[in-house]
Design a protein around this ligand. Structure first.
Ligand code: FES
Length: 106
């Protein structure tokens, strides 16, 4: 059963930036891409580094540990880590903005 959790207001998520948010014991990566806010699991599916500690370019986040890349809009893996290990996609979370409040469905 998913739950709606307020994680801030629009200005907490400036365009082109990402941050890690803890919700119900889970770490989420939340990023504003061209004015739309998206969320995926923050824990890299390779060796569990925080993706929010990596780099965001456009809609793609690069893990700072071994350079795996994921699309933040879809959660899909863009590139495997430099180790060559085949890793799974990231889980996505729905975001909605209501009256300037940013709400995630977890
Ligand atoms: S932990 Fe993210 S690429 Fe290795």
């Amino acid at each position: 059963m998913s739950e709606l959790v307020k994680i801030g207001v629009s200005s907490d998520f400036p365009e082109g930036k990402m941050k890690r948010i803890s919700v119900k014991g889970k770490d989420l990566l939340v990023a504003n891409i061209n004015g739309e806010i998206y969320s995926i699991d923050d824990v890299c599916t390779h060796e569990e580094c925080s993706l929010a500690d990596g780099f965001l370019q456009g809609e793609v986040v690069t893990c700072g540990c071994h350079l795996a890349r994921f699309n933040v809009k879809t959660g899909k893996k863009v590139d495997n880590p430099a180790t060559g290990t085949n890793i799974p996609d990231e889980q996505t979370f729905k975001i909605r903005v209501e009256n300037d409040e940013v709400i995630v469905e977890v």
